[in-house]
Design a protein around this ligand. Structure first.
Ligand SMILES: Cc1cc2nc3c(=O)[nH]c(=O)nc-3n(C[C@H](O)[C@H](O)[C@H](O)COP(=O)(O)O)c2cc1C
Length: 355
């Protein structure tokens, strides 16, 4: 197999990376031993994807998968991130033949998925969490820090704060429309859309919840039902799920350059794969964090005053639960043991543009 064939094979594997709403915001170019990742931030939620940071995190996760998969093909991957954050060719990876020992996380790449089910309260062995924590902080270096909490009270506070996302997402007309545009209602539609979007079965709604969900996708219905507190009720139900699990994690960046967010994605992916290897599930809960970044940059137009205040309070609750004093918290997640998810997100084959 020549290097180009190896790159194509490993790419097919590496694209099983997480992305906001399963947007899979990437296409590729290959020439000789070089792979260029082309970024497609337009595929991500235009409000939540503040300064394309969600897209950059997804690119980071993809890059980490590529580095891991390359080791399996005796290739060393040298990553060069574009200096201009708006460059569509966000990263170029050069592969060289090199006898490296295969990364043990390779086989976990296809086993990584989002699980939005309730998790068991079973404790995760301390050594596993410590190893993951150390690995994440070594990779993150001075750019990214990782934090874990296992205290049930703190997890309940952070989970409740994260669930306030649902209040804003459902009660704010702009965000409501964007969210429901992302939902894929059946497996047929999922295939047509090539997987991009949130497949309803992965949301783990119970039958009555799914019926309500189908009703409130129409804004006039939501506008009426928000008056009787439906969004708050949904958020409080979700908070009960978010607080379950063995631990919660958060990832903060120490600077606001695009490279920090790509590194956050790389760290996230290594944590996620390490969890998958141990049979531990993970769910991200990030809405509040992205909305907060937008508000801090003065972009408050789409939010009401009470939404701004709820987002700020929720972010403060998350940072104090994790005792994070510096940087920007950009990702938060829960980890734990659980039964398998009801469905998996569809991944489209890599689109390789001929150069
Ligand atoms: C930047 C970013 C933010 C995300 N935020 C959330 C979130 O708030 N809630 C959630 O359930 N999943 C979140 N996800 C997970 C994606 O929805 C998920 O990765 C995608 O639907 C594909 O599914 P998979 O992880 O099973 O491959 C996020 C992913 C990324 C990359």
């Amino acid at each position: 197999m020549n290097t180009k064939e190896k790159i194509i094979q490993l790419l097919n594997y590496a694209i099983n990376a997480p992305s906001g709403g399963n947007s899979q915001p990437w296409t590729f170019k290959i020439s000789d031993n070089k792979l260029t990742i082309l970024s497609h931030p337009e595929k991500d939620n235009p409000v939540l994807n503040f300064r394309f940071r969600g897209t950059l995190i997804a690119q980071g996760a993809l890059i980490e998968n590529i580095i891991i998969a390359a080791s399996h093909y005796d290739l060393e991957a040298m990553v060069n991130i574009a200096s201009d954050p708006n460059d569509q060719a966000i990263a170029q990876i050069t592969f060289n033949d090199f006898q490296v020992s295969p990364d043990p996380l390779y086989s976990s790449i296809p086993k990584r998925f989002t699980n939005r089910k309730q998790y068991r309260d079973k404790i995760i062995p301390k050594e596993i969490l410590t190893d993951i924590f150390n690995m994440a902080n070594v990779l993150g270096g001075s750019m990214v820090n990782t934090f874990f909490i296992g205290d049930k009270n703190k997890m309940a506070i952070a989970g409740k704060a994260a669930s306030n996302n649902e209040i804003v997402m459902l009660e704010n007309k702009v965000l409501h429309n964007l969210f429901f545009k992302e939902v894929i209602w059946n497996s047929y539609e999922e295939k047509i859309k090539g997987g991009s979007g949130l497949y309803i079965k992965t949301l783990e709604l119970k039958k009555p919840q799914e019926i309500v969900f189908r009703i409130i996708r129409h804004w006039p219905m939501m506008a009426i039902l928000k008056k009787i507190g439906l969004a708050k009720f949904i958020a409080s139900e979700n908070a009960k799920i978010y607080e379950t699990g063995g631990a919660m994690g958060a990832i903060s960046v120490n600077g606001d350059s695009h490279e920090n967010f790509i590194m956050a994605g790389r760290v996230l992916e290594r944590i996620w794969l390490s969890c998958a290897k141990e049979g531990i599930n993970l769910q991200l809960m990030t809405g509040i964090l992205f909305m907060w970044q937008k508000i801090m940059a003065g972009e408050t137009e789409i939010f009401s005053a009470s939404e701004v205040s709820l987002i700020k309070t929720s972010y403060e609750q998350i940072s104090s639960a994790f005792n994070i004093k510096d940087g920007i918290i950009t990702l938060m997640f829960r980890v734990g043991y659980s039964e398998n998810p009801s469905a998996f997100s569809y991944k489209k084959e890599p689109i390789i543009i001929s150069s």
